[in-house]
Design a protein around this ligand. Sequence first.
Ligand SMILES: NC(=O)c1ccc[n+]([C@@H]2O[C@H](COP(=O)([O-])OP(=O)(O)OC[C@H]3O[C@@H](n4cnc5c(N)ncnc54)[C@H](OP(=O)(O)O)[C@@H]3O)[C@@H](O)[C@H]2O)c1
Length: 343
Amino acid sequence: MRLLILGGTWFLGRALAAQALESGHSVTTFNRGVSAADIPGVQALRGDRERPEDVRRLAEHGPWDAVIDTIGFVPQQVLTAATALDHVVGRYIFLSSVNVYVGWPNESLSDESATFECPPDADADFGADLGYAGQYGALKAGCERAVLETIGEERAAILRPGVILGPQEYVGRLTWWLARASRGGQLLVPGPPDRPIQPIDVRDVAAFALDCATSGHHGSFNLAAPIGRATFGDLIDTCVAATAAGTRPMWVDPTWLVEHDVQQWTELPLWRTNMGVWNVDSSRAVDAGLRCRPLTQTIIDTWAWMTGGGAAITGTGEAARAADHGLPANREQALLDAWIARA
Ligand SMILES: NC(=O)c1ccc[n+]([C@@H]2O[C@H](COP(=O)([O-])OP(=O)(O)OC[C@H]3O[C@@H](n4cnc5c(N)ncnc54)[C@H](OP(=O)(O)O)[C@@H]3O)[C@@H](O)[C@H]2O)c1
């Protein structure tokens, strides 16, 4: 297969390019060449997706059997790409997000849940009144429409992952917990340990996206690990075991943490009390072949990557986002002291 990846050097795009090459596909990547090195073996084309002339020039390098668009965030830009590539790609696979659902993160979600309304030609200012997560979701919904209305439903697949973890993660979620566990001592952890979580491994998202590119799968697919298969306790236990620093988790009442202004999702990554966050049904993708490896494997492989020199590909943009995540050591200690002294 001749495959085009928009992006292709960071987290998901990198995993996609690596798997596609391993499977013997011919891979073209399109990015600005500023964030990370190209994977050896790809045909690397330079350009900025925000510049319509770059995207139109890209089309001259086709045809491809499929494009996987990992970097669509603004409908107008996705519309430009879909229009330029329509006649030179067989299929268009678009990486969206569970944020397209109006009910996220407060309601359980299925593939049929209601999504935001957003025009397919909206610009980046659309939905500014919805807050960060709402605007991101609304714009992704507009991007989906831009693909479907241009390419047609039969030639398109829309992938809606929840949280993606694994080697090369740059957001700073699992990588923060692993780095923190490796420092040892008493570790503040938001209870309860049996809270279900369902992150998905980046390599499993990549495998499913490639399947969609090569098969006739079309429609939209939630991508998340099975509900209830892993818990926050599994996450912490595996981070502690993998880093082997004798770290002692102290489970703290989540209501107390909220009362003490601990920021969910960022200060304590992957912790969120809204009931819908980890209640995403991905059975349509499972029926179409999605396979999710155990969370423990994702954690062990991510730690191996962090300690094996792989993190050296980390670029400036990645570090900037990771800096938003995690609890500073002095704040963690103050919270632990207050929790122990509360009685
Ligand atoms: N991470 C998650 O938990 C999560 C969850 C749900 C959905 N998603 C979705 O999954 C997708 C993939 O996310 P990701 O985090 O792996 O990748 P990403 O950070 O969105 O993409 C980075 C790649 O895109 C290139 N790029 C960035 N801006 C560009 C531009 N203007 N023109 C051309 N290339 C550009 C970068 O290279 P250069 O900088 O060198 O150009 C790099 O190769 C995203 O659409 C995201 O919304 C992610």
